[in-house]
Design a protein around this ligand. Structure first.
Ligand code: PLP
Length: 487
């Protein structure tokens, strides 16, 4: 493809993307395809001779789009959202147009410097303390691929800072702490690093949040056995129910364990910190007081397309001490002079994408006000859904709504004596029916054995009418499920 052919294909691609967004509402959220639908339509080997790009672009429309799940659909209420804005899309296009691996300042100065500034802008928008700013010279922020990568990176950093402070510690005695509600990123980090992970129980009466006393008991028990607790991964907004671990209590316990790194995973809910009214519930003060590191994903609920996971640390030296490997060919005079950040030492890979560009486009185009408006609208829409659920005699909220997430279950008033196990089965039957519908998408979860359904608002296209349609559909399927149950 030459430049003029690219111009033509590019205009066509933009036209088709616009048409896609115009048609999004009319599409099924979940594609009605069966496993293997695409594999059976593709050749087993690449073409011998190059093909005309118009044919390739048409095949994208014909073969790929029908198999795509539309996460930006206004009736997508599953998982947590995946952000998409036209500004971020354009950021990806521009960054793809000047590819470079951005590992050192000198490999492309704009990449490093824009990332430093965007991480500081973002920290300030979210109210993070000055200790997390790149401009502090000691702490700082870096864009990772995912929050799972962030967790792995900080676990590596925590392990190495702990091992430096306690030289005789054996790896097999080092313990990572998570709860039963922590995202799998904690257990995954332990698997990757071959370290023990202790999964702490949380209680329904604490709304599935980690309490200080639970942590203290585990730390005391483990240290008495000669173990070395070196990192706790706390969560603001857990995946299943949006639980918020009690950072104040955790921080107080951690005062007796000064080398225990506290990482705060706020992958989904961290963006609510942009709105002053949510800072107390999302525990901003305690994050600033106790967290060694904190991360959130713009690519979930923060208007920036995948991938864009933000990670801040109090001490950049903890990252570079653990991850800096500098062969001769990577030495530069700017790094040697300490004048620049070399982000390759702040994450696992060497090369990295120019992701700060899409943040720059989004934050400038929306402004902090636009960002807050979007977050507030999602929360208001979710509150609308939660109020429909709680007003119904046949449904109940399993946990109080958390930001833009509602966890609920079907509990028909006329079957009030149903056992817990039977109620689980009934909810499962209802959810199976809902998940067979292609015009809406919700996900299930289990909270300490209770089967429930999650409803999350995140699409910028969702309006009240979509909430009401979803509620009508849920009631309809629940009605059929209970009828089948009784028959
Ligand atoms: N943390 C929480 C609380 C999540 O809900 C999720 C995903 O939903 C993750 C982390 C994982 O994020 P990532 O895909 O960026 O690793």
């Amino acid at each position: 493809m030459d430049i003029e052919q690219f111009r033509k294909a590019g205009y066509q691609a933009i036209d088709r993307i616009c048409d896609y967004y115009y048609s999004l509402q009319q599409r099924p959220v979940v594609p009605p395809v069966q496993p293997g639908y695409l594999i059976s339509q593709l050749p087993d080997v690449p073409p011998e001779a190059g093909e005309d790009f118009t044919v390739i672009a048409d095949d994208y429309q014909k073969l790929i789009l029908p198999g795509v799940t539309h996460w930006q659909h206004p009736s997508f209420f599953a998982y947590f959202p995946t952000a998409s804005t036209f500004e971020a899309l354009l950021g990806d296009l521009y960054s793809g147009s000047t590819p470079n691996p951005g590992f050192n300042w000198s490999s492309s100065p704009a990449c490093t410097e824009l990332e430093m500034v965007m991480m500081d802008w973002s920290a300030k928008m979210l109210g993070l303390g000055p200790q997390f700013l790149n401009s502090s010279g000691t702490g700082g922020g870096v864009i990772q691929t995912t929050s799972s990568d962030s967790a792995l990176v900080v676990t590596v950093a925590a392990r190495s800072q702990y091992a430096r402070a306690h030289r005789s510690t054996k790896l097999e005695d080092m313990v990572i702490y998570v709860t039963s509600q922590t995202h799998s990123l904690g257990v995954k980090a332990s698997l990757v690093l071959g370290l023990e992970c202790r999964i702490l129980d949380v209680r329904a009466e604490d709304e599935y949040a980690l309490r200080g006393e639970t942590l203290r008991a585990a730390l005391q028990e483990d240290t008495a056995k000669g173990k070395h607790p070196f990192i706790l991964i706390a969560t603001i907004g857990t995946t299943s129910s949006g639980a918020i671990d009690r950072l104040g209590e955790i921080g107080e316990v951690a005062k007796d364990y000064p080398d225990l790194w506290i990482h705060v995973d706020a992958a989904w809910a961290g963006v609510t910190l942009a709105c002053p009214e949510y800072r107390e519930v999302a525990q901003l003060d305690n994050i600033n007081k106790y967290a060694w590191s904190v991360g959130t994903n713009y690519h979930k609920w923060g208007l920036v397309n995948f991938d864009c996971a933000l990670l801040w640390v109090r001490s950049r030296k903890d990252l570079t001490d653990a991850l800096d490997v500098t062969p001769e060919f990577l030495r530069t005079k700017q790094s040697e002079a300490g004048a620049v950040i070399d982000y390759r030492n702040w994450h696992l890979g060497l090369g990295r994408r120019f992701r700060s560009l899409k943040i720059w486009f989004v934050l400038r185009s929306y402004g902090v006000g636009g960002f807050q408006k979007y977050i507030r609208r999602c929360i208001e829409l979710n509150n609308r859904f939660a109020s429909l659920v709680s007003a119904s005699p046949d449904f109940s909220l399993v946990t109080p709504p958390s930001f833009a997430l509602t966890v609920f279950r079907f509990a028909p008033a006329h079957l009030a004596t149903l056992s817990e196990a039977a109620l689980n089965d009934l909810n499962h039957a209802m959810y199976t029916r809902i998940s067979a519908r292609t015009e809406i998408f919700l996900t299930q979860t289990k909270l300490n054995g209770t089967f429930c359904v999650r409803f999350v608002v995140g699409s910028g296209l969702t309006r009240t009418e979509h909430i009401e349609q979803a509620w009508a559909l849920i009631q309809e399927e629940a009605g059929v499920a209970v009828k089948e149950w009784e028959d």
